[in-house]
Design a protein around this ligand. Sequence first.
Ligand code: PMP
Length: 409
Amino acid sequence: MSDTDTDSSTAFPASFPLSAWATLSQRSVLQEMLKTASRPGLISFALGLPAADLFPTKEFAASVAEVLARDPRALQYEPASRDLRAYVAALMGQRGVSCDERDVFVTTGSQQALCLLSKLLLDPGGDLILEETVYPGLRSVIEPLRPRIWTVPTSPRDGIDVDAIEALLKRGVRPSFLYLSAEAQNPMAGRIPADRRERLVRLGESHRFPVVEDDAYGFLTYEDSARPALRSFSDGWVIYVGTFSKILAPALRVGWVVAPPHVLEKLPTLKEAGDIDTVTLSQRAVCAFLASNPLETHIAVLRREYRRRRDVMMQALDAHLSSVATWSVPGAGIFVWLEFPPDFDAGRLLTLALARGVAFLPGQGFFMERERRNCLRLSFPNCSDEVIQEGVRRLALAVGDYRAHSELR
Ligand code: PMP
């Protein structure tokens, strides 16, 4: 979204109809918040932004200069870089997955991967199993296909409830796919315990549906060594979706899919219809950067620093909000999920919080059904310690305003 973006819906009267799904579709919570969160002076915990102060800008500038100087084809249309695919295949080893470059398909961010896979796996009106809260980017991708959605409880500690998936399957539900994040789910930050991961994958295998594993935050773990990706348990039934957005920078728009051959075979044609190819300059610059800057070192910096910022947020929440809300300490990822008493309305709190100069995302936009209004999501990486402390202080003031308003009613 550009700075000059205006609300075009008021510029012309509607003169021709849009498609049925477009007519029904609404701006996503993320789009709304992108506009609001850019307000000067506002402290934003709303969007899942990586820490801009940790982007390796100098090193990346050198990599871009190098690839442009070396070969003008860095600005050409081109099939996906073999070097990049080989690098990703090796990187997957850190998630317990063994594969080679033939198993990797490069996409324009993992968002495109979700879009392509939904088109590939889901017929209009088909069945889908999702967690009860879902990353809104997945929601916007599947909406035009109007699937029949079966939701499964998920928790900020342990992620998706594997027993509940099994119960759905026993009732005869046969999804086109199951989408989830095993590690640091967005928005709740849940992590499926290591001993439940294989069982989940075997459910897919035995009932013959693919599991689409969105591992956007899988490299950002803080407590223990990372738990293996679901893909490590099955090459045939788990489709892995990864991204450089959270471990390098999102503006590069480089993501990937690791999938079985019959999926990989179809992806290029689908991708061509969307954007022809992933920006060659980005791919080559990422390769050049990785050749002289070990990613492990950069990820170690991110883990250490994000963990520290998380702890600053935890201390601030303990100090200001422990009497009104509960949360789990996220062991991975970039989000904290707060729950207030059942009658609390985080949408109303947001209005008051914006007036106090702090933003967050109300939880209701993440629920697929049975919307709960008493939750909210905070993101901590893209803020200094002082900003986190001040932002939580403002949030607590807004909660005070909320209570005062409620008593007056
Ligand atoms: N999956 C999840 C869970 C996300 O949170 C995001 C972005 N925040 C994406 C996918 C898409 O990210 P990108 O396209 O930048 O890789």
